[in-house]
Write a protein that binds this ligand. Structure first.
Ligand code: PLP
Length: 399
């Protein structure tokens, strides 16, 4: 059995549970199938990666065409898809320039390096510290895991990278109290994903912008999870009327192919000179071609408005369930189609029950169910998912 071989050959970092964890062999749109032909409604979406569902035809077509043309060149040479994607991202955001990486952690790593380099060169040689939020998540490399304000991710990997301080999310005063002559930047997620789906308040992000301006700090937004249309705008920060100096993307950017991006203002891009940063695979033509197809789809007239409408519909339906099951559902949090359901200590059990009934949802820690349906999910698929959740909660309540 393949699941047994996984245990034998792959280091156990994901704690997959043999038969209890589906082995997915095929996907189409919002649906995925396991090796026994069992169908699932997929509201995990590869952890916010499959923003257009599984095997979205324009993404496949763009990637296929590129696979048959030229797969990889290294960044010693120009390629068309990389330049096209850069143009699309820069022309549709406040950014002036982009650097391409392969993942969220790498995009954030680039942001951290750029913030330090720019600040040392143009603001003050002594500056290197970055203030991040408690409960944040920025990746698993040594620098990004240090930036992550959750101790459980640090344990055993000390000594951590110097130069990070932590402050309370949605609390500007807490951030202000961590500013020192050594500070170069503030980095936060506009919607904390792995921390349990916590949405930044308007006062918080605007307050951070002001704090950064007053102290000549760079404001970095990690949009690896909440960016690329997830909240109903191309970038989550657009809901706040706040412009960051640097922001990062990954997860949904490649429509399923691995790619990350770090974008910054024209001014801040002066921090990097040739040789300062690089990535062998970064901006790979196949990933860039797929990503360009994703961006063009998100920019289609009315697409993002529909995401907002679907998000409002789903959140309202979940609030209806909360009224029916107030002891099981403590809180519904989210924005657009990134939604957390706070369920006390029942999350894992509920997740398993949903899966048994054909709905894949994700579980953050022990207390939060996370829903990340594709952005082009149909309303009847949202309804079907809500019905499964309702059945599961009903049974739970009767126990
Ligand atoms: C997933 C995630 C990352 C890390 O991305 P990887 O591609 O797994 O390295 C960083 N920041 C946020 C907000 C994330 O959700």
């Amino acid at each position: 059995m393949l699941q047994e071989e996984e245990r034998k050959y792959i280091i156990n970092t994901y704690n997959r549970q043999r038969e209890a964890t589906p082995l997915l062999v095929r996907g189409k749109g919002t649906r995925a199938w396991d090796e026994k032909g069992r169908e699932y409604l997929d509201f995990v979406g590869g952890l916010a990666v499959n923003a257009l569902g599984h095997c979205y035809p324009p993404v496949i077509e763009a990637a296929r065409r590129q696979l048959e043309t030229i797969i990889h060149t290294s960044n010693l040479y120009y390629t068309e898809p990389q330049i096209e994607l850069a143009r699309l991202l820069v022309n549709n955001s406040p950014a002036g320039k982009v650097f391409f990486a392969n993942s969220g952690a790498e995009a954030n790593e680039a942001a951290i390096k750029l913030a330090r380099k720019y600040s040392k060169l143009y603001v003050g040689e002594e500056r290197f510290e970055i203030i991040t939020a408690l409960n944040s998540f920025h990746g698993r490399t040594l620098a990004t895991v240090t930036a992550t304000g959750q101790e459980k991710f640090h344990r055993g990997f000390e000594p951590l990278v110097p130069g990070f301080r932590y402050a309370r999310f949605n609390d500007v005063d807490s951030f202000r109290s961590q500013v020192s002559p050594y500070t170069c930047a503030v980095m936060v997620e506009p919607v904390q994903g792995e921390g349990g789906i916590h949405v930044a308040t308007e006062d918080f992000l605007r307050g951070l912008r002001r704090l950064c301006d007053e102290n000549k700090l760079l404001l970095i937004f990690d949009e690896v999870q909440c960016g690329m249309g997830r909240t109903g705008k191309l970038f989550a920060f657009e809901h706040y009327d706040v412009v960051p100096d640097i922001f990062t993307l990954a997860k949904a950017l490649g429509g399923g192919l691995p790619i990350g991006a770090m974008l910054c203002s024209e001014e801040v891009s002066k921090g990097f000179s040739p040789g300062d940063h690089a990535s062998t695979f970064g901006g790979n033509p196949v990933a860039c071609a797929a990503a360009a197809a994703v961006v063009k789809t998100l920019l289609q007239d009315g697409f993002l408005d529909l995401v907002q409408q679907k998000g409002t519909f789903l959140i309202n339906e979940l609030k209806r369930l909360q009224k029916l099951f107030p002891r099981l559902i403590k809180e519904i949090r989210g924005m657009g189609l990134i939604i957390g359901i706070e369920v006390g200590s029942k999350a894992r059990q509920l997740q398993r029950l949903c899966q048994e009934r054909g709905l894949l949802v994700n579980c953050i820690g022990e207390a939060v169910l996370r829903l990340l349906p594709p952005l082009n999910v149909a309303e009847k698929e949202l309804q079907a998912a809500v019905e499964i959740l309702e059945d599961v909660l009903k049974d739970e309540k009767d126990e």
